[in-house]
Design a protein around this ligand. Structure first.
Ligand code: ZN
Length: 218
Protein backbone atom coordinates (compact mmCIF):
# COMPACT_ATOMS: atom_id res chain seq x y z
CA UNK A 1 0.00 0.00 0.00
CA UNK A 2 2.78 2.37 0.98
CA UNK A 3 4.48 1.65 -2.31
CA UNK A 4 1.34 2.39 -4.31
CA UNK A 5 0.79 5.69 -2.49
CA UNK A 6 4.39 6.63 -3.16
CA UNK A 7 3.92 5.80 -6.84
CA UNK A 8 0.73 7.89 -7.09
CA UNK A 9 2.45 10.78 -5.33
CA UNK A 10 5.36 10.65 -7.78
CA UNK A 11 2.97 10.74 -10.75
CA UNK A 12 1.19 13.78 -9.25
CA UNK A 13 4.46 15.65 -8.84
CA UNK A 14 5.42 14.95 -12.44
CA UNK A 15 2.10 15.81 -14.03
CA UNK A 16 0.44 18.51 -11.93
CA UNK A 17 2.67 21.43 -13.01
CA UNK A 18 2.15 20.74 -16.71
CA UNK A 19 -1.61 20.48 -16.23
CA UNK A 20 -1.99 23.65 -14.17
CA UNK A 21 0.22 26.04 -16.18
CA UNK A 22 -1.01 27.04 -19.61
CA UNK A 23 1.72 26.93 -22.27
CA UNK A 24 2.92 30.45 -23.15
CA UNK A 25 2.62 29.80 -26.87
CA UNK A 26 -1.19 29.74 -26.64
CA UNK A 27 -1.43 33.08 -24.81
CA UNK A 28 -3.55 35.71 -26.55
CA UNK A 29 -1.73 38.87 -25.61
CA UNK A 30 -2.65 42.42 -26.55
CA UNK A 31 -1.04 45.67 -25.41
CA UNK A 32 -3.24 48.55 -24.34
CA UNK A 33 -1.55 51.90 -24.94
CA UNK A 34 -2.78 55.36 -23.93
CA UNK A 35 -1.52 58.64 -25.40
CA UNK A 36 -1.63 62.30 -24.43
CA UNK A 37 -2.09 62.06 -20.65
CA UNK A 38 -1.88 62.19 -17.77
CA UNK A 39 -5.31 63.78 -17.45
CA UNK A 40 -8.18 63.81 -14.97
CA UNK A 41 -9.37 60.48 -16.47
CA UNK A 42 -6.09 58.61 -16.08
CA UNK A 43 -6.64 57.67 -12.44
CA UNK A 44 -10.09 56.19 -13.20
CA UNK A 45 -8.58 54.18 -16.05
CA UNK A 46 -5.89 52.77 -13.74
CA UNK A 47 -8.59 51.73 -11.24
CA UNK A 48 -10.47 49.99 -14.05
CA UNK A 49 -7.31 48.18 -15.18
CA UNK A 50 -6.81 47.00 -11.59
CA UNK A 51 -10.38 45.76 -11.37
CA UNK A 52 -9.74 43.44 -14.33
CA UNK A 53 -6.13 42.63 -13.47
CA UNK A 54 -4.81 44.33 -16.64
CA UNK A 55 -1.73 46.41 -17.34
CA UNK A 56 -1.09 49.10 -19.93
CA UNK A 57 1.53 51.46 -21.30
CA UNK A 58 0.96 55.21 -20.91
CA UNK A 59 2.69 57.47 -23.45
CA UNK A 60 2.71 60.72 -21.51
CA UNK A 61 3.28 64.31 -22.63
CA UNK A 62 6.05 65.96 -20.60
CA UNK A 63 4.29 69.24 -19.85
CA UNK A 64 1.25 67.33 -18.54
CA UNK A 65 3.37 64.91 -16.50
CA UNK A 66 4.95 67.80 -14.62
CA UNK A 67 1.55 69.03 -13.37
CA UNK A 68 0.08 65.56 -12.70
CA UNK A 69 2.85 64.04 -10.62
CA UNK A 70 0.58 61.95 -8.38
CA UNK A 71 -1.07 60.35 -11.38
CA UNK A 72 2.31 59.59 -12.91
CA UNK A 73 3.32 57.77 -9.73
CA UNK A 74 -0.01 55.93 -9.67
CA UNK A 75 0.64 54.58 -13.18
CA UNK A 76 3.88 52.97 -12.00
CA UNK A 77 2.72 51.93 -8.54
CA UNK A 78 0.01 49.79 -10.13
CA UNK A 79 2.34 47.83 -12.39
CA UNK A 80 1.85 49.82 -15.58
CA UNK A 81 4.48 51.27 -17.86
CA UNK A 82 5.33 54.91 -18.65
CA UNK A 83 6.67 55.96 -22.02
CA UNK A 84 7.59 59.21 -23.76
CA UNK A 85 5.18 61.08 -26.07
CA UNK A 86 7.19 64.34 -26.47
CA UNK A 87 7.04 67.46 -24.29
CA UNK A 88 4.62 69.70 -26.23
CA UNK A 89 3.06 67.28 -28.80
CA UNK A 90 4.56 68.87 -31.94
CA UNK A 91 4.80 67.65 -35.55
CA UNK A 92 8.27 66.13 -35.23
CA UNK A 93 9.08 66.12 -38.94
CA UNK A 94 8.84 69.93 -38.87
CA UNK A 95 11.52 70.24 -36.16
CA UNK A 96 15.29 70.36 -36.39
CA UNK A 97 17.51 67.86 -34.62
CA UNK A 98 18.03 70.04 -31.53
CA UNK A 99 14.33 70.63 -31.01
CA UNK A 100 13.57 66.93 -31.40
CA UNK A 101 16.20 66.07 -28.80
CA UNK A 102 14.81 68.71 -26.45
CA UNK A 103 11.24 67.38 -26.80
CA UNK A 104 12.43 63.91 -25.86
CA UNK A 105 15.01 64.68 -23.19
CA UNK A 106 12.85 67.14 -21.23
CA UNK A 107 10.12 64.52 -20.94
CA UNK A 108 12.52 61.72 -19.98
CA UNK A 109 13.96 63.96 -17.24
CA UNK A 110 10.53 64.77 -15.79
CA UNK A 111 9.48 61.11 -15.79
CA UNK A 112 12.75 60.15 -14.11
CA UNK A 113 12.54 62.90 -11.48
CA UNK A 114 9.01 61.81 -10.47
CA UNK A 115 9.21 58.02 -10.76
CA UNK A 116 12.94 57.18 -10.80
CA UNK A 117 12.39 55.32 -14.07
CA UNK A 118 14.18 56.05 -17.33
CA UNK A 119 11.68 55.50 -20.18
CA UNK A 120 12.82 53.30 -23.05
CA UNK A 121 9.85 53.71 -25.38
CA UNK A 122 8.84 56.65 -27.54
CA UNK A 123 5.76 57.34 -29.65
CA UNK A 124 5.80 60.37 -31.96
CA UNK A 125 2.94 62.84 -31.53
CA UNK A 126 0.36 62.39 -34.35
CA UNK A 127 2.43 59.34 -35.34
CA UNK A 128 4.39 61.91 -37.34
CA UNK A 129 7.74 60.33 -38.19
CA UNK A 130 9.90 59.56 -41.22
CA UNK A 131 13.20 57.79 -41.80
CA UNK A 132 15.21 60.94 -41.28
CA UNK A 133 13.51 61.71 -37.94
CA UNK A 134 13.82 58.07 -36.84
CA UNK A 135 17.60 58.26 -37.13
CA UNK A 136 17.64 61.15 -34.64
CA UNK A 137 15.74 59.28 -31.95
CA UNK A 138 17.69 57.05 -29.64
CA UNK A 139 14.71 55.22 -28.13
CA UNK A 140 12.53 52.29 -29.18
CA UNK A 141 9.74 53.73 -31.33
CA UNK A 142 6.30 52.20 -30.78
CA UNK A 143 3.40 52.75 -33.17
CA UNK A 144 0.11 50.75 -33.05
CA UNK A 145 -1.85 48.09 -34.91
CA UNK A 146 -5.41 48.64 -33.65
CA UNK A 147 -6.58 52.27 -33.74
CA UNK A 148 -9.65 53.02 -31.60
CA UNK A 149 -9.96 56.47 -33.21
CA UNK A 150 -11.34 57.63 -29.88
CA UNK A 151 -10.31 61.21 -30.72
CA UNK A 152 -12.64 61.10 -33.74
CA UNK A 153 -15.68 59.10 -32.64
CA UNK A 154 -17.76 60.74 -29.95
CA UNK A 155 -19.81 57.66 -29.06
CA UNK A 156 -18.11 55.24 -26.65
CA UNK A 157 -20.03 52.27 -28.07
CA UNK A 158 -18.67 53.00 -31.56
CA UNK A 159 -15.13 53.18 -30.16
CA UNK A 160 -15.54 49.89 -28.30
CA UNK A 161 -17.06 48.01 -31.22
CA UNK A 162 -14.27 49.16 -33.60
CA UNK A 163 -11.55 47.86 -31.30
CA UNK A 164 -13.36 44.58 -30.62
CA UNK A 165 -14.20 43.97 -34.30
CA UNK A 166 -10.59 44.49 -35.42
CA UNK A 167 -8.82 42.71 -32.56
CA UNK A 168 -6.17 40.09 -33.26
CA UNK A 169 -3.45 38.41 -31.25
CA UNK A 170 -0.44 40.66 -30.46
CA UNK A 171 -2.33 43.86 -31.26
CA UNK A 172 -1.13 47.20 -29.93
CA UNK A 173 -4.32 49.10 -29.18
CA UNK A 174 -4.16 52.90 -29.40
CA UNK A 175 -6.41 54.91 -27.09
CA UNK A 176 -6.24 58.25 -25.28
CA UNK A 177 -6.60 58.66 -21.52
CA UNK A 178 -7.93 62.17 -22.10
CA UNK A 179 -11.61 61.46 -22.86
CA UNK A 180 -14.50 60.25 -20.71
CA UNK A 181 -15.74 58.26 -23.73
CA UNK A 182 -12.46 56.32 -23.89
CA UNK A 183 -12.91 55.27 -20.26
CA UNK A 184 -16.50 54.19 -20.99
CA UNK A 185 -15.38 52.29 -24.09
CA UNK A 186 -12.76 50.47 -22.02
CA UNK A 187 -15.47 49.24 -19.66
CA UNK A 188 -16.89 47.36 -22.66
CA UNK A 189 -13.62 46.41 -24.36
CA UNK A 190 -11.82 44.81 -21.42
CA UNK A 191 -14.46 42.29 -20.23
CA UNK A 192 -15.52 41.47 -23.79
CA UNK A 193 -11.98 40.66 -24.94
CA UNK A 194 -11.12 38.85 -21.71
CA UNK A 195 -14.13 36.62 -22.38
CA UNK A 196 -12.63 35.92 -25.81
CA UNK A 197 -9.41 34.82 -24.08
CA UNK A 198 -7.25 37.94 -24.49
CA UNK A 199 -4.85 39.16 -21.81
CA UNK A 200 -3.96 42.84 -21.53
CA UNK A 201 -0.27 43.51 -20.90
CA UNK A 202 2.18 46.40 -21.23
CA UNK A 203 3.89 46.92 -24.57
CA UNK A 204 7.23 45.79 -23.10
CA UNK A 205 5.74 42.52 -21.86
CA UNK A 206 4.17 41.90 -25.27
CA UNK A 207 7.47 42.73 -26.96
CA UNK A 208 9.45 40.36 -24.71
CA UNK A 209 6.95 37.59 -25.35
CA UNK A 210 7.21 38.12 -29.10
CA UNK A 211 11.01 38.02 -28.90
CA UNK A 212 10.92 34.80 -26.88
CA UNK A 213 8.45 33.25 -29.31
CA UNK A 214 10.50 34.46 -32.29
CA UNK A 215 7.51 36.32 -33.71
CA UNK A 216 8.55 39.18 -36.02
CA UNK A 217 9.31 42.43 -34.19
CA UNK A 218 7.28 45.58 -34.62
ZN1 ZN B 1 -0.67 62.16 -29.08
Amino acid sequence: MKRILCYIFTIMIIFIPSISSEPLSTANLVALTFDDGPSKYTSKIIDLLNEYNCHATFFVIGNKASVNQETLSKIIDNGNEIANHTYTHPWLTHLNVNNIAEEIEKTNKIIYSITGIKPKLFRPSYGDINQNTRRKINMQIVMWTNDSNDWKYKNYKTIASRVIKNIKNNDIILMHDTYERSYKALKIIIPKLQNQGYNFVTFSDLYEYRKMSKIDGY
